[in-house]
Design a protein around this ligand. Structure first.
Ligand SMILES: NC(=O)c1ccc[n+]([C@@H]2O[C@H](COP(=O)([O-])OP(=O)(O)OC[C@H]3O[C@@H](n4cnc5c(N)ncnc54)[C@H](OP(=O)(O)O)[C@@H]3O)[C@@H](O)[C@H]2O)c1
Length: 309
């Protein structure tokens, strides 16, 4: 039996449950491709799943390989795969209910995979799928953000926020971001029209009449966000289903879904220079524990990526 190196956990708990070990290599079935992983993006959902926050929703069988962001090269294809072929350089946000990408190989459904942007290497490409799809599906598919609208993007320096600011500017919206002082210039460099230092001033005192609030923080941030929305506006959260019911404004919760067509369009934006990915930390696969600790601290700029090959 062929084996590969991977990170797995056998119980829901702290980062110490992550084990670097040799496990059987998966093989693709009908409609699936086997990807040789070059890099795996790290996202907050990785530590949230490891700590058991999503166990009722996802019903995973343990042990589980975490990590649902990948860039790599197709090594083999299953029956019925027509769009992709061996040696294609691809990226994906795979199905979160299955084994992830903290491994030398991963099996992914063809419908979740797109050709990676040619202009960036695998390490940068691995930081793109989950966060950019989340921003795309929230701003475009749910909020229907349009040119000239005012959008408030919380945690604009984070993994999702970095893409949200750039995508909203590409749509020609007026973008207001929040970040700490360390990231003010970074968020401006992404194209934001205004940046609020959320530690210095309550953002709800600094901004009003917003068409769309993109809530990537939850808690008090979500609660105070209702005040800045104009009548007919919408609050889209990716952290917790909006709790309040406020007259005259709409609300939605988005849980990102795999989507190869959107990934193809996103790759086009990257290759035409309209969308950039920023990677603050690149660690080896064996340092997955440290990567998840950094993610949980919640103050990284852009992405954390594990370099696998
Ligand atoms: N529902 C979904 O499908 C979905 C998809 C992706 C992510 N998410 C969730 O969305 C959240 C964000 O994800 P992410 O990948 O962007 O996380 P991330 O990259 O870890 O976010 C880190 C950023 O958050 C900023 N930040 C922390 N507290 C803040 C606050 N109170 N106000 C403004 N900015 C703040 C930090 O900036 P400073 O250092 O400047 O404070 C840092 O740059 C996570 O909870 C994640 O689980 C959900």
């Amino acid at each position: 039996m062929k084996t590969m190196k991977a990170i797995r956990f056998y119980s829901y708990d702290g980062p110490e449950v992550l084990r670097y070990e040799e496990i059987p290599m998966p093989s693709p079935e009908k409609g699936e491709v086997l990807i040789k992983v070059h890099a795996a993006g790290v996202n907050p959902v990785d530590w949230k799943i490891r700590e058991g926050y999503l166990k009722d929703m996802l019903d995973h069988k343990l042990p589980l390989v975490p990590g649902w962001d990948v860039s790599g090269v197709i090594e083999a294809v299953g029956a019925g795969v027509e769009r992709l072929k061996v040696k294609d350089e691809v990226y994906s946000r795979p199905d979160i209910s299955r084994d992830g990408a903290y491994a030398e190989y991963i099996v992914v459904k063809e419908s979740e995979v797109a050709l990676k942007p040619r202009s960036v290497d695998h390490v940068h490409a691995a930081g793109i799928p989950l966060a950019s799809l989340t921003a795309w599906q929230s701003l475009f598919c749910t909020a229907n953000l349009s040119a000239g609208q005012r959008v408030l993007i919380h945690a604009a320096a984070g993994g999702v926020g970095t893409f949200a600011v750039q995508l909203a500017k590409w749509r020609r919206a007026y973008v207001i971001g929040t970040s700490s002082e360390r990231n003010l210039d970074y968020v401006r460099s992404l194209g934001a029209d205004e940046v609020i230092d959320y530690r210095r001033v309550p953002f709800e005192d600094a901004v009003q009449n917003v068409d769309v609030v993109f809530d990537t923080v939850g808690g008090d941030t979500q609660e105070h966000s209702w005040k800045v929305l104009k009548q007919g506006g919408i609050l889209v959260s990716i952290v917790s289903p909006p709790a309040a019911c406020v007259k005259g404004v709409r609300q939605a919760f988005v849980f990102v879904q795999p989507n190869s067509c959107q990934l193809r369009d996103i790759a086009g934006l990257v290759d035409s220079g309209k969308l950039k990915v920023y990677t603050e930390a690149v660690l080896p696969l064996s340092a997955a524990r440290r990567a998840q600790e950094l993610s949980k601290e919640g103050h990284m700029r852009g992405k954390i990526v594990l370099k696998v090959a």
